[in-house]
Design a binder for this molecule. Sequence first.
Ligand code: FMN
Length: 647
Amino acid sequence: MKYEHLFKPIKLAGVVFKNRIFSSPTGLRYTFVNGTLMPTAPQYYGRKAMGGAAAVAVGECIVDSLYGKTTEYKIEMDNPASVHGLSLLTDSVSRYGAICVAELSHGGAGANRYPGAPDVIYGPVDYTYFDGRQVKEMPEEIIERTIQKYADAALMAKKCGFGMVNVHAGHGWMMHQFLNPKLNTRKDKWGGAPIENRARITVECLKAIRKAVGPKFPIEVRISGSECYEGGYDIEEGIAFAKQIEEYCDLIHVSVGSHEVESLFPITHPSLFLDEGCNVKYAAEVKKHVKTPVAAIGALCDPELLEEIIASGKADVVEMARALIADPDLPIKAQTGREDEINKCMRCLTCFSDLVRNGHFSCACNPEIGREEEALYFPKPAQLKKVLVVGGGIGGMEAAITAAQRGHTVTLCEKSSELGGTLNCERNVPFKFRLDDYIERQKRTIEKLGIDVRLNTEVTPENAASFGADAVIAALGAVPVKPPIPGIDGANVISAENAYTEPDRVGKNAVILGAGLVGVELAVYLAMLGRNVKIVEMMDAINDGGNFQHMKGVKVQLDKYKIEISLSTRAAEITADGVKCVKDGAEVFFPADTVIYAVGQRALQDEAMALYSAAPEFYQLGDCTAPSNIKNAVATAYVTARNIGRI
Ligand SMILES: Cc1cc2nc3c(=O)[nH]c(=O)nc-3n(C[C@H](O)[C@H](O)[C@H](O)COP(=O)(O)O)c2cc1C
């Protein structure tokens, strides 16, 4: 067996987990405002169990809805109305032989920050939270109440069919706030210098939980092994905490960071600029000092790496959040030797941005997540058709694959000499290596499905009908906009696409016009290659394209490489030495050897529309309808192709 350590069952508190792959807590917004579950929640978590994970954790189930709730959309473990939904959810997971896990959480100083929330906010001490709100020191009777609430919540979890609880003592929530040596300066037994005091609330909660649920019910504790910033606590403190709690739990899950510091978000949820498995070292360090099993987390998705972590003894369990959103079938695919079919997470954080903004799970490269039941039970085609897909970019490839998987006969025409579309230009960028992986995987799938791929083939209104298709899907994409600035045709000016494919053409000092996602990511790439980069942007803010969680990681890199961005600045003329700009009515000059434009894309709408009469059915999707992102191209391609021949 290839991954024998990864797929070796493990027993925690006498309960058997069928392998070492646990789905890390994801949560946030699968409830109505009264805390009861939306019907989509059991499907989302159940789908991960179907894919072979041994445990599937439901994020942030709040133990005290009066003092511990962080947003209005949280599961309330002290609300009897939650029972029916949670019981259905646990059943959806455990019927696949996976253990359903409830992450028990209390926001402490981070609670009650939503409209209409109760006024009182309790933390370890009186202080001003980072958002400016006043926090009151949690009095003894509220501490006692909180401990009882944890015990009650764990019992409720057990009654609802959860097979384990995960006590959240990291990421800056209540238990972590009490642990924090700088913050928790209380003079009583719940704080101050001794670690026993700062860990006491966690330990007391764990004891109360054990009493409530009995010995044969595993308890996992999620900690931040290190806060990972100067001024925060380090791994020594994390180890000391682990030693305090190990006697009272069955698994110590070592994450990192604290959400009170924005720049830590891309470390807790490793951004694509960090290495895969970058946080495993914290788990490995804790493991050296405790006897209780340890779980590692962070930027994991490669079965070889997962196996190595377990085999080398760095951890006993590996947990993943985003990798199982990108591909819930990762465990089964690894187990059955189909690793090359795994849709490996690009860590673009579309999932987290969408979840916070729109309240539901999505993924750039998995159009089924968040719509699991629809995907599983969508009707088979009533008619099989001949489908012509025009354009072999991200949208075109996905449309061709989906149509072929549903039994249609597909021809995929691409004007250029390779599949992949505009994103091919980023394929050598180190932090985009999983994008490259994704494109390669799509190509492999296209080959396996026997799709008739015709490269160097332009489909025009004149020749389109000759393909004899029943349905034409135009996925022509977009082309870079060349801004009409004097000097734009100079020898020192290139497009962002060219800068990516031929970085040697970029001189020592570069100015990028445009601080959209393309401009800022390109700036980071060029800075990594040793160029001095400045960005000039007409608007008064960076355009994150809606992906504000990814942008947190980009900002860390912009700071690291000291990349200056001049906002509200209009480029007026490009000369041989740089760019003349206007800012606040005054002229400013930015010297540069190379000027790069990254001011957006023009949709090939007219070219796509011109194909409308090429077949009885005609569809347009992706960037040729409006330049957008991978998620929108993949999602529209998937549903469009799936709908062909439905009736
Ligand atoms: C969409 C999303 C939702 C998350 N929700 C929670 C949550 O409710 N509770 C929690 O402790 N962590 C939550 N996390 C953090 C993950 O459990 C995990 O620690 C983090 O994403 C790093 O692991 P990964 O690299 O495998 O994604 C969430 C992460 C994502 C991407």
